[in-house]
Design a protein around this ligand. Structure first.
Ligand SMILES: [Zn+2]
Ligand SMILES: [Zn+2]
Length: 344
């Protein structure tokens, strides 16, 4: 071994020991904790003037990847903040993305499968603690009142504990329970700059299931929820800047189904087979999006949830380079009255 190499190894060992000592030192820990807490105060998306979409969940219930939360997309402008679906683990992503929970406009649900609603109670608590002074508004098609009433009942005792512990001034009791808003497909929400419309999609046998279109200062974003490639969606999405569409990688699913069947797991094989006809096969999506004049197609709610970057390309087989696969915490920025889309 050369003298240079020996010296290098000695320095490396020295630095490792020093690092271990520093990490165990209370003042160093306190300084790191202080920096972390201060960083949590900054709100990255608040600096942008147009329409933003933040991916707060890109997974489906099939497959477990801790890097992907279940269905959740945040639509944010300087005046609005909508969450479209809040699946399991999405509250963690919302916190990591430092989304402005103090000014949450509403939660919009596409349908009531568990992977779209599991995070409701945590989102309600997070926005209440962040300073919301009135009930969190939850919009959805027929059935949303049942879901909201159930969550409100299940978390009634929890709300009582929070108010008793922190006081009415911080957590107004009346803002604790969520409020359901049932709509028929069509116009859902509107003000001077923003129009939110909903349309029926084909998630049969689940009915109703809807998607949403957000129009803000000359920009538009469409979110599919769960659906097969459906004409109603592409009609509603005509000319949109971005469509976020649920996506099914048929080749991956077929392999999973075969492996389960061969190993005697007939129940899971059956579930996988059932899933194939109510999500959109990626191979037909791109063509439909191009025909509808959609600028950018982004695949999310990935079925099955890819486990790593090696299985991700299975969603993009046969597609052009333009179609994207969503990743958690990705941000899409659409400046007003322009055609630009920035992804970071
Ligand atoms: Zn569903
Ligand atoms: Zn789903």
């Amino acid at each position: 071994m050369s003298r240079k190499l020996k010296a290098g190894i000695a320095v490396l060992i020295g630095l490792t020991i020093l690092g271990a000592i520093l990490y165990r030192s209370a003042p160093v820990q306190d300084a790191l904790m202080r920096a972390g807490a201060a960083a949590a105060l900054s709100n990255v998306p608040e600096t942008f003037d147009g329409l933003q979409v933040v991916v707060c969940g890109s997974a489906s219930p099939l497959g477990n990847n801790p890097d992907r939360a279940q269905a959740c997309l945040a639509v944010i402008t300087p005046e609005h903040f909508f969450l479209v679906d809040v699946g399991a683990r999405s509250p963690m992503r919302i916190a990591q993305a430092q989304l402005p929970m103090n000014r949450l406009t509403a939660v919009m649900l596409t349908h009531f499968h568990s992977d779209h609603i599991a995070g409701l109670a945590d989102v309600n608590l997070a926005s209440w603690v962040a300073g919301r002074r009135a009930s969190m508004q939850v919009y959805g098609p027929e059935g949303v009142e049942t879901v909201v009433a159930g969550f409100n009942q299940a978390y009634r005792l929890d709300r009582g504990y929070r108010v008793a512990h922190h006081g009415e001034k911080l957590l107004p009791r009346s803002a604790g329970p969520m409020q359901a808003n049932t709509f028929q497909p069509g116009l859902v929400w509107q003000d001077d700059n923003m129009t939110v419309t909903s349309f029926l999609v084909d998630h049969s046998p689940i009915d109703p299931a809807v998607g949403y279109r957000f129009d803000y200062r000359g920009r538009s974003v469409v979110i599919s929820g769960d659906t097969n490639a459906s004409d109603s969606l592409f009609a509603a999405a005509a000319g949109a800047d971005i469509v976020f569409h649920d996506a099914l990688a048929r080749d991956s699913l077929d392999i999973m189904q075969n492996v389960m069947a061969e190993s005697g797991r007939s129940g899971i094989a059956q579930i996988i087979a059932d899933v194939t006809d109510y999500h959109a096969d990626t191979r037909v999506l791109e063509e439909a999006a191009n025909a509808a004049g959609i600028e950018q197609l982004v695949l999310y709610h990935l079925v099955p949830t890819p486990m790593n970057s090696l299985t991700e390309p299975m969603f993009l087989r046969g597609l052009s380079d333009k179609t994207l696969l969503a990743h958690d915490l990705q941000v899409f920025e659409l400046p007003p009255e322009s055609e630009e889309i920035t992804i970071r």
